[in-house]
Structures are given as C-alpha cells and as structure tokens.
Design a protein around this ligand. Sequence first.
Ligand SMILES: O=C(O)CCC(=O)C(=O)O
Length: 220
Amino acid sequence: MRLPLDRVRREVAPGAVHVPDWLSVEQQRQLVTACLDWAAGPVPMRSARLPGGHHMSVRTVCVGWHWQPYRYTRTADDAAGGAVAAFPDWLAWLGREAILAAYGDPAQAAAYRPDTALVNFYDDAARMGMHQDKDERSPEPVVSLSIGNSCLFRFGNTANRSRPYTDVELCSGDLFVFGGASRFAYHGVPKTIPGTANPAAGLAAGGRLNLTMRVTGLPG
Ligand SMILES: O=C(O)CCC(=O)C(=O)O
C-alpha cells in the first residue's frame, strides 16, 4: 500500500532521485499529445528487437536519435527507415528543470543538454527487464518522466541485475533522475498497475507512458 509519507522527494541511491508529482496534469496532457504526434510517424512506434531475436514488450518511439539495442542512429533502420523527429527545445528545457528539481544545482541544470528521448508505451502486460542504460557515450544523468498507470520501478546497483535494489512506485507525473554514482545502475519495470491512471492526464487509451531523456555524447 502506498502511504502519503512515501510521496516526497527521496534520494533512492547516491545520484538517483525520485520527485513525486513533478509534472502538472496540464504538462502531462501536453507530453501525451507530443508523444502521440511522434508515434504517428514518420517513424512508427515499434517493439525493439533484442539480439536474441525476441521483441521487447514495450513499444518505443524515439526523438533526436533512434535507439535500438545497442546503438543510436539518425534514421530508424529497423522501423521503416524514416528520419527521426528533431529533439525539441522545449523538451531540453524540461530536462534542465528536471535536473534542477532533482539535484538543486543551477549550474548542473544549465549545462544539461539532452539530445535523445525514448518514449516507451506499456500496455497492461508489458514490462522491462533489469538493464543498464549504457549505449550513451556520456555520463550525464538520465531524466525519466512517467504518465498514466503507476508501475513498480526497480532500481538496483551498478554490479549486477540482482539485489540490492529498491522498489519505487512511479505514478503519473513523477520524475526520476539517475546520474553520478547511479548513472549506470541496473533498473527495470517488473509490472505496471492497471487502473491507476488519472484520466485527466490524457492517456485515454490506458496503459503507461515513460519518457527518458539522455545525452548520447554522439557527434552531430
Ligand atoms: O519505464 C520506465 O520507467 C523505465 C524505462 C527504462 O528503463 C528505459 O527506457 O531504459
């Protein structure tokens, strides 16, 4: 059960900060509209194929750079080959605000220059296994925004996929930032919690949407 006391800013691990209810409902609606727009093409939302041949259960569309395991490209070679949508200035601004909210350091926030966003859509059966975000060539933090159904977010250690880890419930509007000593920590989503979304947040079809901003460190 989620107690109101849990819904306060918390450093889950060094450099990993959960800020509940960070996005307003209006901001969530605007983000959902933007994500639907990106998902409409020219690069469609798709389930990325893992090297073993399986497809991820989440569906993803990218902005700025197209991600597929384990690389970034400017065109979506595994999804119709289209050019990836440009990374908008307003999203980079939101990323800087997120860094400020998480770490409280204006200089660090001002220097943050995300150039890719992965938008993941979870239906009620989707989940994400424990993994590291390590296809970027930059140690800059990852900014994660959640909209729609709540989920169980598992935030682990940098050595392996198992314990120690901390389970955090991410709800619609929550911010989670991981950088510094936690930038390459394993993390995953064992389950979402159907029926927990706020309909006013704009995800009319249900499910959960997660947007992560990252700095690829790639040229151009
Ligand atoms: O959905 C989430 O909260 C996590 C997403 C994630 O781990 C990723 O995109 O690498």
